[in-house]
Write a protein that binds this ligand. Sequence first.
Ligand code: FES
Ligand code: FES
Length: 155
Amino acid sequence: MPTVTMTVNGKQVSADIDPRTLLADFIRVNLDLTGTHIGCDTSQCGACTILVNGDAVKSCTMLAVQADGAEVTTIEGLAENGEMHPMQAAFKEHHGLQCGFCTPGMVMSAIDLVKRHPNPDEATIREELDGNICRCTGYHNIVKAVKAAADATGG
Ligand code: FES
Ligand code: FES
């Protein structure tokens, strides 16, 4: 079995795994970081989105061995010193969630979105979040939250 080593939320982790292990399963099962959700088996929902070397990736579309040596950030790694990341705070402030199932993936995608579009308009936010599905259809407040986070971080 191959050994994978990566940095997850600032800590180096290493494990011998079946080479077919998906990155999403490695994170949830091997590392017990269950904030990364799995909401489909068709790579459509985006609930499993994490950051790999700073870029949003659907972790169900990547093998864990492909992330060997990478810097990975999951929703559990965003808060610093007990303070929510500005994107998390904006989702809370603007009620950008209902059941919360899509929220970790939405937040991770939104962080990548704002990195690439520091001052996004509504159309850009909606287009960029195309790969994240919210079954509660709370898109309106999600868009408001992303815009507010971009404004708060100096976009
Ligand atoms: S679980 Fe990865 S896109 Fe749905
Ligand atoms: S808040 Fe329920 S799926 Fe998005």
